[in-house]
Design a protein around this ligand. Structure first.
Ligand SMILES: [Zn+2]
Length: 393
């Protein structure tokens, strides 16, 4: 058993009313017994950066604008079941309106899926990463409702309050340009200290935090100095900014899955030309950032950044590829990657990722040994979420 922190040897786990009642030696009669002898038992995995977009293929413009949003939402319901059956029992959605109704479906029990912690619509400046296209009227992007566009302190306060009103669990902001948006560059800073501080203040007032999309160092620095709690991507971070993150306890979600997918298969899956052009620098630099982050003791989380179906090895329902890539590309040890995929999310206040008394019973039984062979994470035989068997027999 890997309890979320260490491999601790053989153990029984007793579950009652969705909660782990005991870990150790158990005797007596139980309603349901799962025989995991000879297998690897671990906490349900976490995808800390996902988008329940529901599109097919990597052309986000086509996927978002040329398909009925109701079809995308319906498709995303199938994602929810695929993801939980693969052993991912918690998803932190980093920006997608669909995640809000999906969360409700899962919480009310009529939709099979992981626990969903949702940002809802992200906040972006005008000419920012929240607009896929910068050649159409800005109102079109607003009409399609992906991001809340806000400029200046007052509009950022209003934007933050609007997305919180829509049901956001935390606030996602775009603090630099990105890869899949048309004309902004990953290294360009977006939003000012004043704007981000105002958003952080609104988040803290309701007991939550801000997560910042940031590739470039300047924008990431502004975000960290303004009080965000996580840097998403972080591909061009300097050692100075990483040191500041370590000091302030800011976590890093490096999202290797999307980078590998676009780098290797971008053209095939329809990624726009600008995305193919911008992926190189982002992807080349991230192993160096990860090595420094590790040395400085920064908490690293697994996040795929998937938001569309690819039909390939890295895909929705194969979100366990992120810990695999953290080992194979990012240079983490298997145990570090397993922690990144489980208990490290606790740093952001989510009470999951541990097998211990009193914890929610989210447990995966793997027919293999990912502590030795990380790719064995693909072999989930049983998945238990909140004490209920969602896969296995
Ligand atoms: Zn993302």
């Amino acid at each position: 058993m890997f309890n979320g922190l260490e491999v601790v040897g053989k153990s029984d786990i007793v579950v009652e009313d969705g909660v782990i009642k005991g870990v150790g030696e158990a005797g007596g009669q139980f309603d349901v017994e799962v025989d995991a002898r000879g297998m690897f038992v671990m906490p349900g995995m976490v995808d800390a950066h996902f988008h329940f977009g529901g599109s097919k293929g990597g052309d986000l413009v086509r996927g978002t604008l040329a398909e009925d949003s109701k079809v995308r939402l319906l498709r995303a319901t199938t994602w929810a079941s695929r993801i939980v059956e693969a052993g991912i029992t918690t998803v932190r959605d980093c920006g997608e309106p669909n995640a809000i109704p999906l969360r409700q479906g899962v919480n009310e029990g009529w939709l099979k899926g992981p626990r969903i912690f949702a940002a809802g619509r992200p906040l972006s400046q005008t000419f920012g990463h929240g607009e896929f296209l910068h050649t159409v009227p800005v109102e079109w992007n607003e009409y399609f409702g992906f991001a809340e566009i806000c400029d200046g302190r007052e509009e950022c306060i209003r934007g933050a309050r609007r997305v919180l009103r829509e049901g956001s669990d935390f606030i996602k902001i775009m603090a630099t340009g990105g890869v899949l948006s048309q004309r902004d560059k990953p290294e360009w800073p977006q939003f000012t200290h004043e704007e981000i501080s105002a958003i952080v203040h609104e988040a803290e007032k309701v007991g939550t935090y801000v997560a910042a999309h940031a590739h470039g160092d300047r924008g990431a620095r502004v975000a960290v100095e303004s009080g965000v709690k996580s840097i998403e991507h972080g591909s061009l971070l300097s050692e100075e900014t990483l040191k500041l993150m370590a000091e302030r306890g800011v976590v890093l979600v490096p999202t290797l899955s999307i980078q590998e997918l676009i780098h290797k298969h971008g053209k095939q899956i329809g990624v726009n030309d600008w995305g193919l052009e911008k992926i190189g620098s982002v992807r080349e630099n991230i192993p160096r950032v990860l090595a420094t982050a590790k040395r400085l003791g920064i908490t690293i989380l697994t996040g795929t950044d998937l938001g569309f179906e690819s039909g390939l090895e890295i895909d929705v329902g194969r979100n366990f590829m992120e810990p695999v890539l953290l080992v194979e590309v990012g240079g983490l040890t298997n145990l570090e990657a397993l922690r990144a995929a489980t208990s490290n999310i606790r740093k952001l206040g989510l009470n999951v990722g541990l097998i211990a008394q009193g914890q929610p019973a989210d447990i995966v039984v793997i027919d293999g040994d990912p502590a030795t062979h990380i790719r064995d994470l693909a072999k989930a035989k049983w998945v238990i979420k909140a004490g209920a068997v969602v896969k296995g027999s």
